[in-house]
Design a protein around this ligand. Structure first.
Ligand code: SAM
Length: 571
């Protein structure tokens, strides 16, 4: 991009009725492309640029040119893109082409575009394992379909286009970026020209809503706004784009005061780094609007069955059995996601979500989050070996942003678990254990365990829980010791006992453990393990009681008994 081309374009705009404040100085440099600087203080609310309608490139103009309504339902800007390809790359001139020439001359060249759509397959390996790569590849495929359908309808496809399309659609390993030719001789209807135009529209078009077009059918319809699109993005910048009926054009005003020498920015909106990289070819370090998507694939039919729960699931795809959740810095774990995992962790015996199922679900979710986190921790440490420093820098900013989001999500889960414990104050096995001296003594004799922490480090926690539950049940029927036994645990035991059908497999599961301690325990400590029913059946029942009532805090392995009650996640 040269300053000369920028000056010519500004001159062209002025000569066709544009009003550009003299304090706005347009510049160009090889790294930033075009941008604008204030050469004197600009007060807040000043109208800086007004561009008349005739300089705007709209879908209406494209439709008139091709004598065709935009035929692509999924993209309201498809015909506008094809028109842009023609304005930029057509070898034959016409009035429209020569009219917009000064503007076409300032638009970035392919080599200056850094969106991953334009990276080589070798460069794309730097994004391996990320959603960004999945979206790049998926969107490229969509653009190929859109392009070929469109040029076919516009009767512009030639043999070369057809060969490109057939090759791309028949070869699953086809890498779009390695097959594109970017040269002066590229035809305007080639895929590379269309991809360039698609990028130009995504990176610099404005919403047509501004034009107050009564016939606007799709709010995503966009138009090109020469000169104002020379401005770079700054989040938080206050700007206004407004129809100026007096001048039959569109005005741009800055909502902030701009000091002499400062850059004049536009605001492209609150975008994540993924959106910025794909659509604009850059990313922002510590982007406060960053986000990530968590896609969950569920067993067939499960999404349907979730309808009976009061779950607001956006972005679900019944055909693929998948649902997407947006994780943002402000909301690292949306409540519907926590609730979904609570539902998925529900036991068949639970009619509703319980604190136990929610906590269990939060841990399953945490396992997924931790996996992502460790991927991005490694990825952000890696030296990204992209040839272009701009691409390397934005890839690093993207990876660091993803890492931050998953780190926040993981921290959120831990805080959430602590919050539930604080709120419900469930019965801790640690305190039950400590208060039952006789029981502790028996474990000292058998396992050499004296403290709760030993149960964890020596891996006896599950065995101790089983023994204690069977002991509690035996004591309750004998009322032999003065031990406070929580009624809900005893009730749960009775409940399980009344309906349990013990299969061979259940016995098998407990047999090794059972044989490792019985009958030795009853012989060694008959006053505890020789009285009551210490049959394997009771241990199987106790195992189910644990499944129904117990949840262990992952960090400390402290086990808690939760009463079975519905748990309201919205509180
Ligand atoms: C509407 S244009 C702005 C003018 C642009 N500088 C040019 O040369 O055409 C949008 C493009 O500018 C660049 N850009 C805008 N804001 C940026 C920023 N904050 N950091 C890095 N690049 C930016 C990106 O290449 C983006 O695709």
């Amino acid at each position: 991009m040269t300053t000369g081309a920028v000056d010519s374009c500004v001159e062209w705009a002025r000569s066709h009725g544009s009003v550009i404040d003299d304090r706005v100085e347009f510049r160009a440099d090889p790294n930033q492309g075009t941008y604008a600087v204030a050469n004197a203080r600009i007060s807040e609310g000043s109208v800086l640029v007004t561009i008349p309608r005739k300089l705007l490139i709209t879908t209406t103009l494209a439709e008139k040119h091709f004598r065709l309504k935009n035929p692509v339902e999924s993209n309201p800007n498809a015909l506008l893109q094809l028109f842009l390809s023609k304005l930029k790359f057509s070898s034959k001139s016409c009035d429209e082409i020569s009219f917009f020439q000064p503007f076409m001359d300032v638009l970035p060249l392919i080599r200056d575009i850094h969106s991953p759509y334009f990276w080589s397959s070798e460069e794309l390996t730097a994004l391996k394992g990320t959603d960004l790569l999945i979206k790049t590849e998926r969107n490229l495929k969509k653009v190929i379909e859109e392009w070929f359908g469109l040029i076919t309808k516009a009767k512009a496809a030639d043999d070369e286009d057809t060969a490109f399309y057939l090759q791309s659609s028949s070869n699953p390993h086809f890498q779009v970026s390695d097959h594109m030719t970017y040269s002066k001789s590229s035809s305007w209807h080639s895929f590379s020209s269309y991809l360039w135009s698609a990028y130009i529209v995504s990176s610099r078009a404005f919403p047509e809503l501004i034009l107050e077009n009564e016939n606007l059918k799709n709010i995503n319809q966009a138009f090109l706004y020469p000169i104002v699109d020379f401005l770079n993005h700054h989040s938080g910048q206050k700007v206004q784009w407004q129809l100026n009926k007096d001048r039959n054009g569109v005005s741009f005003s800055s909502g902030n005061q701009i000091e002499k020498g400062q850059e004049i920015f536009n605001n492209y909106g609150d975008k994540s780094n993924e959106e910025l990289l794909l659509n604009y070819g850059f990313a922002i370090q510590n982007n406060m609007n960053d986000s990530s998507t968590l896609t969950l694939r569920l067993p067939p039919g499960q999404l349907e069955s979730l309808k009976s729960y009061d779950l607001t699931l956006r972005d679900q795809n019944l055909a693929e059995n998948s649902v997407n959740f947006l994780l943002t810095l402000g909301s690292p774990l949306p409540m519907p996601l926590m609730k979904l995992f609570g539902i998925l962790s529900k036991l068949t015996s639970e009619k509703f979500i319980t604190a136990r199922s929610v906590l269990d679900g939060s841990e399953q979710l945490n396992a997924i989050i931790e996996q992502k986190l460790s991927f991005f921790k490694d990825a952000s440490k890696l030296k990204v070996s992209l040839k272009s420093p701009i691409r390397s820098k934005s890839t690093k900013a993207y990876m660091a942003g993803q890492k931050r989001i998953f780190q926040e999500a993981s921290d959120f889960i831990k805080k959430f678990q602590k919050k539930v414990l604080k709120e419900l104050k469930p019965l801790s096995f640690k305190s039950l254990f400590k208060s039952d001296k006789t029981f502790v003594n028996t474990l000292t004799l058998t396992f050499g365990v004296t403290k709760y922490d030993d149960l964890v480090t020596k891996n006896f926690l599950q065995q101790a829980l089983l023994l204690w539950i069977v002991r509690a049940h035996n004591l309750s029927s004998r009322r032999a010791e003065n031990l406070a036994l929580p009624q809900f645990i005893l009730d749960c035991f009775e409940d399980v006992k009344s309906c349990i059908v013990i299969e061979k497999d259940d016995v098998h599961e407990y047999l090794a453990f059972y044989k490792s301690i019985f009958p030795q325990l009853s012989m060694k400590i008959p006053e505890v393990y020789g009285k009551g029913d210490w049959s394997i059946k009771n241990f199987i029942i106790a195992g189910t009681v644990i499944d129904r009532l117990v949840w262990k805090l992952p960090a400390s392995q402290e086990a808690f008994f939760f009463e079975r009650r519905p748990y309201d996640l919205s509180s």
